[in-house]
Design a protein around this ligand. Structure first.
Ligand code: IMP
Length: 424
């Protein structure tokens, strides 16, 4: 089992960190492959509840090397802050390596995202305002600054001055904001660079050598398939590619290394921010899912929108990512519903769809076709094997598996490792 990819099959927040925790013992590297500090997972470290946004959760395991790959955008201040918090708890962060090719989130990215989201008014995307979109935009426009630029002060200043000239014009003339000072940025970023220097490495080579030595690598995607820039619900997406294929492009690893793609799927669906969500339940049931599942964003604290399991999305994710198996999370949250709705297809403009409609307007108008499955009253959190689950919960899982067309390998019923139950 050389390389495995963990990918979210919905709109993020599926519980991908649980899978990392479940598989950590078998791994040697955990690699974060896209996004930035827009993501977030809550972990328990040395008895403390921690929110990590950028550092892979692999850092909590002393045998693992945690890697931030080339395709991630890095806010160096945030990265150092997380590293300091972890060090303060006695966790060794010397095993964290970051690609020198990773692009930097700069202060003007944050400033510009604030004003452009405001400018969009009711059309705002509801981003996490961490500068992700503007940083990826500059990368594509080839005016981004990379981590490696921090180690050549002349180049760093030169590149910065060219970019900042345009950004300051935008900030002052279009958005009526104050300009940013190149000197301050240079000073702050050079200090970040000095502290990060020991962690910067040729991560593609490191992984290549590890794989050649027969070591296992886990690629960890942030966000989820439906937030993918190319394959998600554009424009209500993030600015990177969470799909499994991008793990390879980002980390500079060839496709033949991967033999397992694990789709993480929540037993219901949530979404943060704007955009279509066919199975959203804005009524009391959705409210109850949100409360029982503690559905608040780790990064922004926003309340997540909640709704029913959508088999159309999971089939789509299975196809796009080439899933070999599904890890189903948060089944315990569904206890107590007399019946549970499952979306099997959509109807839009009188037409039935079993796959994501080919045009976004149809997706926006899609009405879910539901079947109702029998619920269960029992709490599931004490279950320690799939066989411990009540028959209705097992039937629910088996029906989701049929609808998804992919084997469900593990079902989780709570945050602890022993609450991940292998199926069959
Ligand atoms: P951005 O990634 O900050 O540009 O935000 C774009 C969209 O992706 C917004 O709808 C965010 O709420 C959503 N998003 C970004 N990161 C996450 C995440 O980790 N979980 C869930 N939604 C996210």
């Amino acid at each position: 089992m050389p390389a495995s990819i963990v990918v979210g099959t919905q709109w993020g927040d599926e519980g991908k960190g649980k899978v990392t925790d479940y598989l950590a013992d078998q791994m040697r590297f955990v690699v974060r492959y896209q996004g930035g500090n827009n993501a977030g997972h809550t972990v328990v470290a040395e008895g403390h509840l921690l929110k990590l946004h950028l550092v892979p959760s692999g850092i909590l395991y002393s045998h693992l090397t945690s890697v931030i790959a080339d395709g991630v955008v890095v806010d160096p201040g945030v990265l150092l802050e997380e590293m300091d918090t972890l060090s303060g708890l006695g966790i060794d962060v010397s095993r964290l390596v970051v690609s020198g090719n990773a692009h930097l989130i700069m202060p003007y990215h944050l400033e510009l995202e604030k004003v452009t989201e405001r400018h969009l008014g009711k059309h705002a995307l509801g981003t996490t305002k961490r500068g992700i979109g503007p940083a990826y935009a500059d990368k594509a426009a080839r005016i981004g600054l990379r981590l490696q630029d921090l180690f050549d002060p002349k180049i760093f200043r030169e590149k910065l001055e060219v970019v900042l000239k345009e950004k300051n014009l935008l900030l002052t003339k279009v958005y009526n904001r104050l300009p940013l000072s190149a000197d301050t940025i240079v000073e702050d970023y050079r200090a970040y660079g000095e502290r990060l220097r020991p962690h910067v490495a040729d991560t593609s080579r490191l992984l290549y050598e590890g794989l050649r030595a027969g070591e296992n690598v886990l690629f960890e995607g942030a966000q989820g398939t439906l937030l993918d820039l190319d394959h998600g619900t554009y424009p209500f997406v993030t600015s990177s590619n969470p799909v499994a294929g991008f793990a390879l492009a980002s980390a500079g690893v060839g496709p033949m290394e991967v033999d397992r793609v694990i789709g993480v799927t929540k037993a219901y669906v949530t979404r943060v921010g704007s955009g279509p969500f066919p199975t959203e339940d804005p009524g009391p049931d959705g409210e109850r899912l949100g409360e029982a599942g503690k559905e608040f964003g780790t990064t922004t604290g926003r309340k997540r929108r909640c709704g029913w399991f959508d088999a159309v999305l999971v089939r789509y994710a299975a196809r796009l990512n080439g899933l070999s198996e599904i890890f189903l999370t948060k089944l315990d949250v569904l206890s107590g519903f007399p019946t549970i709705k499952v979306c099997t297809g959509y109807v839009a403009d009188g037409e039935t769809f079993e796959d994501v409609p080919p045009h976004q307007s149809l997706f926006h108008r899609a009405q879910p076709v539901y079947e109702e499955l029998e619920g269960w009253d029992e709490s599931l959190s004490e279950a320690r094997s799939f066989g411990d689950l009540p028959p209705a919960a097992r039937k629910y899982v088996e029906r989701l598996q049929d609808l998804a067309g992919v084997r469900i390998g593990v079902v989780s019923v709570g945050p602890a490792r022993e609450q991940s139950l292998p199926v069959g």
